[in-house]
Design a protein around this ligand. Structure first.
Ligand code: UDP
Length: 367
C-alpha cells in the first residue's frame, strides 16, 4: 500500500511525486505511455533533443519557481523569438516595432506605430471585447489581425476567431519597442540535456510504472494507495458522464534533414490559412546545436477525438460549463484529487503547472 498513487508522469505528476517523496511519503507513479514526462517529453536524435509533443520553452516571472526548476537542470539561455511567415512575407513576433516597421514603410517610431494602429482599429474598437476577434482588433487593428492572427488562430483552434475566448490572444505581448522576446517573463530557458532528463531527476527516488493505464483497471489501481493524484482528462475519469470536453490535438510530421540549418530559427509560424500546418519547429535551435543534421517538425492542429492525445483544452463558455459539472463531482471524491492541464482543463504554462502542483502538495501535507 502506497501513501500516494500519481496517475501521469508529466510535469504536474512529477513535481507532486518529488515533493511528496521528500516529505517521507511512499509514492507510485504510473503512466499509460512508454516514457515519462507527458507532453514535455524530449527524445535525443543524433545529439538533438526533439520535443516530441511540441515545443516547450520554460518561462516564468516567479523567482521561486525559477530557482525550483534550476534544482533539476541547468538552463540554456534561450529566448523565444518566433518568426511569422505570411505567404512570402516574413515578420517578427510578438507584435513589436520590428513587426510594425516591416509592415508599414512609413512607420519608423513608436509614435507613428501607435498612430497607425489607432487608425487600423478605427471603428472596430469595442470597449469590452467578448471574443478573440474583437480582442485582436482592439490590440493591433485590421492588417495584423488578417496577416498574423486570423489564419493561424483558426487553424490552431479549428474555430472562427469570433467563437474563441479573448484571453487566448492576450497571451501575446504587444510592444512599442524593438524587442522580439515572445514572453514578458523575467526568466526563460531550455533545460540542458532535455526535459526527459529534467523530469527523470524529479522521479529518481519514486517507483514508476510505464505502460500502465489507470482507466483500464481503476479499481485495481485505486486499491494500491491511500490517496490518488490523477492528472489525466477529468471527463475520461468520469467515463464522459456529462459528455466529452473538447480538446485540440496536434499531429507532428517530423523529418531528419541532411543539412545543418533548415529555417534559421527554432520556431516559424505559418500564419496564412492556405498552409495546412501551423508552425515548423527546428529543434536544434532551442539549444544552439551545431550538429551536421537537423530535425524539423511540422505541426498540424486537429480536433481531438477519443483515442487521440489531448493537448489544449478549448476554454470557451460551453466547455467551461461542462468542466464545471465535472469539477463539482470531483470535489466530492474521497481519495482522488485532480490536477494539471487535463485534470483541471486549464491552458496552463509550465510554470503555472509547477506552482499548482506545489500548492496541492502543501494542501496534502497539511490535511
Ligand atoms: N497566435 C497568432 N499568431 C501567431 C502566434 C499565436 O494569432 O503567430 C495566437 C493564436 O490564437 C494562439 C495564441 O496566439 O492560439 C497563443 O499563442 P501561443 O504561442 O501562446 O500558443 P502555444 O505556444 O501555447 O501553442
Amino acid at each position: 500500500m502506497y501513501d500516494y498513487l500519481i496517475v501521469g508522469s508529466g510535469l504536474y505528476g512529477a513535481v507532486c511525486a518529488y515533493e511528496l517523496s521528500r516529505a517521507g511519503k511512499s509514492v507510485l507513479v504510473i503512466d499509460k505511455r512508454g516514457h515519462i514526462g507527458g507532453n514535455v517529453y524530449t527524445e535525443c536524435v543524433g545529439g538533438i533533443n526533439v520535443h516530441r509533443y511540441g515545443a516547450h520553452i520554460f518561462h516564468t516571472s516567479d523567482k521561486k519557481i525559477w530557482e525550483y526548476v534550476n534544482r533539476f537542470a541547468e538552463f540554456h539561455p534561450f529566448v523565444n523569438q518566433p518568426i511569422a511567415r505570411y505567404k512570402n512575407e516574413i515578420y517578427n513576433l510578438p507584435f513589436n516595432m520590428n513587426t510594425f516597421t516591416k509592415l508599414w514603410n512609413d512607420v519608423f517610431t513608436p509614435a507613428q506605430a501607435e498612430e497607425r494602429i489607432n487608425a487600423e482599429r478605427g471603428e472596430n474598437f469595442v470597449a469590452e471585447p467578448k471574443n478573440l476577434e474583437e480582442q485582436a482588433l482592439n490590440l493591433v487593428g485590421r492588417t495584423i489581425y488578417e496577416k498574423l492572427i486570423k489564419g493561424y488562430t483558426e487553424k490552431q483552434w479549428g474555430r472562427a476567431c469570433a467563437d474563441l475566448p479573448a484571453f487566448i490572444i492576450r497571451r501575446l505581448p504587444v510592444r512599442f519597442t524593438f524587442d522580439n522576446n515572445y514572453f514578458d517573463d523575467v526568466y526563460q530557458g531550455i533545460p540542458v540535456g532535455g526535459y526527459t532528463k529534467f523530469v527523470a531527476k524529479m522521479l529518481a527516488d519514486v517507483d514508476v510504472q510505464l505502460k500502465s493505464d489507470f482507466l483500464e483497471d481503476r479499481e485495481g489501481y485505486l486499491a494500491l494507495a491511500r490517496r490518488v493524484i490523477y492528472t489525466g482528462p477529468i471527463d475520461a475519469y468520469y467515463r464522459y458522464r456529462f459528455g466529452a470536453l473538447e480538446y485540440r490535438s496536434v499531429r507532428f510530421e517530423t523529418e531528419i534533414l541532411d543539412i545543418p540549418n533548415y529555417q534559421g530559427n527554432a520556431v516559424v509560424n505559418y500564419t496564412d490559412s492556405d498552409v495546412p500546418f501551423t508552425r515548423i519547429i527546428e529543434h536544434k535551435h532551442f539549444e544552439f546545436g551545431t550538429q551536421p543534421k537537423t530535425v524539423i517538425s511540422r505541426e498540424y492542429s486537429a480536433e481531438w477525438k477519443r483515442g487521440d492525445e489531448p493537448y489544449y483544452p478549448v476554454n470557451d463558455t460551453k466547455n467551461g460549463r461542462l468542466y464545471e459539472q465535472y469539477r463539482v463531482l470531483a470535489e466530492d471524491e474521497g481519495k482522488v484529487v485532480f490536477g494539471g492541464r487535463l485534470g483541471q482543463y486549464r491552458y496552463y504554462d509550465m510554470d503555472d503547472t509547477i506552482a499548482s502542483a506545489l500548492d496541492l502538495v502543501k494542501a496534502e501535507l497539511t490535511r
